[in-house]
Ligand binder design. Structure first.
Ligand SMILES: [Zn+2]
Ligand SMILES: [Zn+2]
Length: 342
């Protein structure tokens, strides 16, 4: 009994100590916190940081419709908060912090966001990467968990401060997605003209089975199916007798995703990604069946499937893998290094 009481008192004490004293009004400001050494225990291999990378980033906020000046690490904290559930394992959050940082620096080097001139990155998840002010995100967390989640995210960012993912002597292209559904996709197959990236190959992933998107079913009535496709296919019939979709897979990628599809009886081909967008499906990993007056899409995963699988990273971390191991699993032959003078 006394043990329970002691535990209770201890947790109460910890909660009081750990609860950021100023949880109300202006309680959070980015600053490097003492006592946390980046990549604690890992061999520090340095990569020279260019000057552009240590200045504040120009972030175009697509919600507030204005440009924000943010220090790199403050930006990364907002990306981790917006791109990955804070309930994920700390090692997965660290992997996310590193790939978000690497992705940002690659964008800076490429001349910034292609949609918003003058911005290094925007906060659109389909254009650059999602970002939200961590205070706004914290408001959505259950009150009980808020300080614990905040601490987790800040720790993931601080403990990897300045760490980036490298392939040979260059920054890696650290694209990522929510759930692969069993196997990730090679960049060369996902994106036409994307070229073959040695570390963005398809890997079998048995770690994302706990994702709500691992497999899915989406029902559509034939009229909405036809309307969605007709926007692109014009007057072509897209449904056959008995409302069977006139759609056929022309080619599949090595992982089984639909790369090219034919709609109607024409020779017109569509990329899997286009059909996914038109029909509002979670990925290009789908098949379908007409059942009665419905068309049912059976889907796997969520997102383009290239690079790191976020739910997979969480699954790996829960099985004891560390963040460098997680990163090396999804981006083969890469390594984590620290930026100089960061
Ligand atoms: Zn952008
Ligand atoms: Zn996966």
């Amino acid at each position: 009994m006394w043990k329970i009481l002691l535990l209770y008192l201890l947790s109460l004490f910890l909660a009081l100590i750990l609860l950021p004293a100023s949880l109300v009004g202006g309680w959070w400001r980015w600053e490097s916190r003492e006592g946390i050494r980046p990549l604690d225990g890992a061999p520090a291999k340095y990569f020279p940081a260019s000057e552009a990378w240590v200045r504040d980033l120009k972030i175009y906020c697509t919600v507030q419709k204005k440009m924000l000046d943010l220090p790199l690490e403050e930006y990364i904290a907002g990306v981790v908060a917006a791109e990955m559930p804070a309930s994920f394992h700390p090692e997965a959050l660290k992997a996310q912090a590193i790939i978000a940082r690497t992705y940002a620096l690659v964008k800076v080097r490429q001349g910034g966001c292609s949609k918003n001139p003058g911005a290094d990155l925007c906060t659109g998840s389909t254009c650059c990467q999602a970002w939200e002010d961590i205070r706004t995100v914290a408001e959505k967390w259950p009150e009980k968990e808020a300080s614990f989640y905040l601490e987790r995210i800040l720790n993931a960012v601080e403990s990897t401060r300045g760490a980036v993912l490298m392939y040979r002597e260059d920054l890696a292209q650290t694209v990522y997605h929510s759930t692969c559904g069993g196997e990730t996709e090679a960049a060369a197959e996902a994106w036409s003209g994307g070229g073959d990236v040695p570390y963005l190959q398809s890997v079998e992933c048995n770690f994302c089975r706990h994702s709500p998107h691992y497999t899915g079913e989406q029902e559509m009535d034939p009229a909405s199916y036809a309307a969605a496709l007709r926007k692109e296919s014009g007057a072509l019939p897209v449904l056959g007798e008995g409302n069977i979709p006139l759609m056929e897979v022309v080619s599949r990628s090595g992982s089984g995703r639909n790369m090219l599809l034919r709609i109607g009886n024409s020779g017109q081909l569509y990329r899997g990604e286009e059909i996914r967008r038109l029909l509002g499906l979670p990925s290009t990993y789908f098949r379908w069946q007409a059942e009665g007056d419905r068309i049912i899409f059976y889907t796997r995963g969520y997102g383009h499937g290239v690079g790191l699988c976020q739910y997979g990273a969480d699954g790996m971390a829960s099985q004891g893998y560390t963040f460098p191991e997680i990163l090396q699993f999804y981006y083969r032959e890469t390594e984590v290094r620290l930026l100089n003078d960061h």
